[in-house]
Design a protein around this ligand. Structure first.
Ligand code: NAP
Length: 274
């Protein structure tokens, strides 16, 4: 239990995932959560579902809060921080999940030594299996580290990194779900090509990815060793692995993470220019 008042600024996909996670983990009560957004009908639906307070006024949400979580697009971070500026104070903690906006930029916009944390979660947070990397700004206290970690552990796994690593995190786990969706889609088509009904192929492909990931995680065995364990000499799997190697599967994925990281750096430089 954190027992803090939490404001979710921007109750979209990620904001809603955090509200659900915070309540499921019983970190605070529904009446201590304030969610803001631009559309009152959408907010009222959230209020009916979770019993939380809602408002279209970001300042009203923030003024009640110990912890303010910015779940809005990077393009509106500046204007929303300026809008809330009057009510923000150094006894609060501001957490942003907006891609690319640095703690330095936010500290500069807010001023007043308000503690700021920057996170990079991913879409799997919406089903409680997210991967979130957290980087702390310069005014953050140890107790606030713990609060941020607890909040994001409510929607999955958490790692703490230096802020310079957040672009690589974006390239790996931030964009990563899209790479895995492509893998799942291709496995389904592979099954269909070889005559499996699509629904059966889909079920098998999804469970294969889910089960393989769970086994790596729970066994703590290196994936290369797990792969060797299922590779019979002269068998089906080694023939498939040879095919994947000749098409450069591993190089392709390494390059995908590198390219996304470089793009994240470029976008971050543009966002923080002013
Ligand atoms: N989705 C992901 O996989 C993911 C992963 C990592 C990080 N992120 C970051 O998380 C942030 C939110 O992403 P999302 O996927 O949750 O987007 P989203 O579903 O579009 O949610 C953004 C929310 O912000 C609201 N909003 C827009 N302008 C606002 C304002 N001025 N004041 C208050 N609320 C405002 C929107 O309300 P309306 O819909 O009513 O306009 C919407 O509900 C982004 O910065 C994104 O980079 C997302």
């Amino acid at each position: 239990m954190l027992n803090k008042t939490i404001a979710i600024i921007g109750a979209g996909n990620m904001g809603t995932a955090l509200i659900r996670g915070i309540l499921n983990a019983k970190l605070t009560s529904a009446k201590r959560i304030y969610a803001s957004g631009t559309r009152i009908e959408k907010l009222e639906r959230l209020s009916a579902e979770f019993g939380i307070n809602v408002t279209t006024n970001n300042k009203d949400a923030a003024k009640h809060a110990d912890i303010i979580i910015l779940c809005i697009k990077a393009s509106v971070i500046r204007s929303v921080l300026v809008e809330m500026h009057k009510v923000l104070h150094k006894g609060q903690l501001v957490i942003s999940i907006a891609a690319g906006v640095t703690t330095g930029s936010m500290e500069k916009i807010i001023g007043k030594n308000v503690p700021v944390i920057r996170c990079m979660p991913n879409i799997a947070s919406t089903v409680g299996l997210g991967s979130t990397a957290i980087a702390f700004g310069k005014h953050v206290h140890a107790a606030q580290h713990d609060s941020a970690i607890k909040i994001f552990e409510a929607v999955g796994d958490v790692v703490v990194v230096g802020e310079q690593h957040l672009d690589a995190v974006t390239g790996l786990s931030g964009s990563g779900p899209a790479y895995i969706y492509m893998v799942i889609e291709a496995l389904i088509d592979g099954g269909v090509k070889m005559g499996l009904p699509r629904d059966i192929s889909t079920k098998l492909a999804i469970q294969t990815v889910l089960g393989s990931a769970k086994l790596v995680k729970e066994s703590n065995v290196h994936p290369a060793i797990l792969r060797d364990q299922v590779t019979t000499p002269g068998g089906t799997t080694i023939n498939a692995i040879h095919e994947l190697e000749s098409h450069g599967l591993r190089s392709m994925l390494i390059d995908a993470v590198a390219t996304a990281t470089i793009r994240s750096r470029e976008l971050s430089e543009l966002i923080n220019k002013h």
